[in-house]
Design a protein around this ligand. Structure first.
Ligand code: CA
Length: 329
């Protein structure tokens, strides 16, 4: 009887807002969770009360690798080890990768390269508690960065709470990147909910332990964003001295002009390309010069995984090196 009373009192304490949560903006978040998403206030508060602000997460978001110029960014991802482990990963999962590629219409080497760039083929999936990452960036986003992305992270936190409930994941234990990306393919919670698939059909979408689910989910993500199987990703271009440099893309790599039109603007590929193929133009900063690239729809699709054009180029180059290695093995 006494034990029962204690439990009643204890759960009453847990549901007292002032006691449970003191993150700035948490009350508004809980109100939104209840009114817009049908979640239980006491459950959301209980979860938030377990999240800790982490200075290391704020430090990490303040200096992402994507800020580096290409000649510093490239060596992080294009290493002999990442190529050779990519070949191993592909050989170890040949049927799986072929089957996902066929089902979703996404080239095999791109699936392999994305998992390689994201987590070294599942070896390094991140050690930050996801709840800490999303609460820190949702409620304590550092000021002074180029944009305030607290709204994005707070929305991802809402998705995370739903995801963990839907998938039966331990919400206070899941870990991942400092930005809240999870598993071998580093899916954010909204992407996990929307694009992950149970490719091994065992009844759950497990992006940590099921390589099949990861391979299928990465392929599905690219498919749903418009991947065109067998079509080019990017080609090196030459720029004339009076080329239309002002038309080069910096943020959005949706194709804007055709290859023929870009040629008239002073950017031409050395390779034969369909003149009506739609493209954008990218400039990469090398050590001693700039290089120019025609980028196509598939390049744009890779930037849906990560907005940085340097990320997309790293994935593409890695995919090509792994392919060459597969041919030679
Ligand atoms: Ca599964």
């Amino acid at each position: 009887m006494q034990k029962f009373l204690f439990l009643v009192l204890f759960s009453a304490l847990l549901s007292t807002p002032a006691l449970a949560v003191d993150h700035p903006g948490a009350d508004e978040f809980v109100a939104l969770a209840v009114s817009e998403h049908g979640l239980q206030a006491d459950e959301v508060r209980a979860l938030l009360s377990q999240a800790e602000y982490k200075q290391s997460i704020v430090d990490a978001i303040s200096r992402p690798a994507e800020g580096k110029p290409w000649h510093e960014y490239r060596p992080i991802f294009l290493t002999d080890r990442r190529v050779s482990e990519g070949i191993d990963f592909w050989n170890d999962n040949r049927e799986l990768i072929a089957s996902a590629s066929k089902q979703y219409g996404v080239d095999e080497e791109i699936i392999v390269a994305i998992i390689g760039v994201e987590t070294f083929y599942g070896r390094i999936t991140g050690s930050y508690r996801t709840i800490d990452a999303l609460v820190t960036l949702g409620f304590y986003y550092p000021q002074g960065l180029s944009s305030d992305r607290s709204g994005f992270f707070s929305s991802e936190l809402m998705h995370y709470i739903k995801l963990t409930s839907e998938e039966g994941l331990p919400a206070s234990e899941v870990s991942g990147s400092y930005a809240g990306a999870m598993g071998m393919g580093q899916f954010m919670p909204s992407s996990y909910r929307e694009y992950s698939v149970d490719f091994d059909q065992d009844g759950s979408r497990d992006l940590w332990r099921s390589t099949a689910d990861v391979v299928g989910s990465v392929a599905n993500y690219l498919h749903r964003h418009g991947w065109q199987s067998g079509q080019p990703v990017t080609r090196r271009a030459r720029a004339t001295q009076d080329a239309a440099f002002a038309k080069i893309s910096t943020r959005d790599f949706s194709p804007t002009l055709t290859v023929a039109e870009w040629r008239e603007q002073g950017f031409r590929s050395a390779d034969e390309l369909r003149p009506d193929l739609a493209a954008a133009v990218l400039k990469l900063v090398e050590k001693d010069r700039n290089t120019y690239w025609l980028t196509f729809k598939n390049f744009y699709v890779i930037t849906r995984y990560n907005r940085s054009p340097r990320y997309a180029m790293a994935v593409y180059e890695l995919s090509q090196e792994i392919s060459r290695g597969m041919d030679g093995s």
